[in-house]
Write a protein that binds this ligand. Structure first.
Ligand SMILES: [Fe+2]
Length: 338
């Protein structure tokens, strides 16, 4: 794990990522869209013209904009209408996500570590959308795509320098109280938010997408760019905690992390965590289909492990209730909070 030629591991990591052939390149259409978005007077029909040059990308955007996952009733038939429905920031995230993530997912089939992070990205995206839907309901598409992209830095490190990153994943699996970005900082001198920001900067991605992703484990550090970036970063952080709970299992620390964030950010009661995860299950299959990726049986088993948690016989809940200062009674079911 030593750095070469006197370089720190973090410098080596940036070099490896910059030179990596494992990382997919962004297609020209997506780069053109991102460059256009930097112009002050860009219009969605202009962006739709560029997206239309890539029929596969246009089809995916239409599929997402028309998806019942986002509660759409009237279908739209044109890319311009789809982009108008999604809004500029969500459209940019979708173009970026759909351009890069399927390629990463294909690469991920060969590696267990990649598959784990990719599963976490899928779970985070569904969680973030549902959190936004149940709280403010204004930026569901942004929450969805932001969460899908938030761990891009992890995927990049696994792809470019697996021998360095494997120790981070082992530590996080062994110690569920450890925060992944802090483990990365100690072991590698750089965290996945910084790597994500570096990659998004290399691709000329606008600040309104980069900001929340760059601070999703530390929302307090997010600088506003005109949108509600700080709050979106909180939604992303909470979604990340949910995906860790599911993927790494309902240990004491993983449950408490969710309970704390749910209480601090959204005033949700502790036992809401279980019903929240239960409600995600059908959407996960739907979103996987939307993104043309397979959901493994293993992931479904992990969901079951959380949803079968029983608040009656668990010390985790007593501790969670004590920590959040809530009454020692079960919270309302998810349905009553919708
Ligand atoms: Fe993360």
């Amino acid at each position: 794990m030593g750095a070469s030629m006197g370089k720190t591991i973090s410098e080596t990591m940036f070099d490896r990522i910059a030179a990596s052939e494992e990382l997919p390149t962004i297609p020209g259409v997506a780069l053109d869209v991102l460059a256009m978005a930097k112009r002050a007077n860009v219009s969605l029909p202009d962006i739709a013209d560029v997206v239309g040059r890539d029929p596969a990308l246009a089809a995916k955007i239409l599929r997402l904009a028309n998806s019942s996952f986002f509660g759409v009733s009237a279908k739209t038939g044109t890319v311009t209408q789809a982009l108008v429905r999604l809004g500029l920031r969500a459209s940019l995230s979708v173009v970026l996500g759909f351009s890069i993530l399927p390629k990463l997912a294909r690469a991920g089939r060969q590696s267990t570590d990649m598959r784990l992070i990719w599963n976490m990205s899928l779970l985070s995206s569904v969680s973030a959308k549902v959190i936004e839907e149940r709280t403010r309901g204004r930026f569901m598409e942004e929450a969805f795509t932001g969460a899908l992209l938030q761990d891009l830095g992890m995927l990049a490190m696994v792809a470019a320098a697996p021998e360095h990153y494997v120790d981070v994943l082992k530590t996080v699996e062994r110690d569920s109280a450890a925060e992944v970005h802090e483990v990365e900082e100690v072991m590698l001198g750089v965290n996945h938010m910084e790597i994500g920001v570096y990659l998004l900067g290399m691709w000329n991605v606008p600040d309104q997408i980069v900001g929340p992703i760059g601070g999703h484990h530390r929302p307090d550090t997010v600088r506003p760019s005109g949108y509600d970036d700080y709050r979106l970063a909180r939604v992303l952080q909470a979604s990340d905690a949910v995906s860790r709970l599911i993927c790494y299992g309902p240990t004491h620390a993983n449950v408490l992390r969710c309970v704390r964030l749910f209480a601090d950010y959204f005033c949700w009661p502790p036992t809401f965590v279980v019903s929240f995860v239960r409600d995600l299950t059908p959407s996960i299959r739907q979103v996987a289909q939307l993104l043309s990726i397979e959901v493994s049986d293993d992931l479904m088993e992990r969901l079951d492990r959380v949803t079968s948690l029983n608040s009656e016989d668990s010390d985790v809940w007593k501790e969670a209730l004590r920590l959040t200062g809530a009454e020692a009674t079960a919270g309302p079911d998810a349905e009553t909070l919708q």
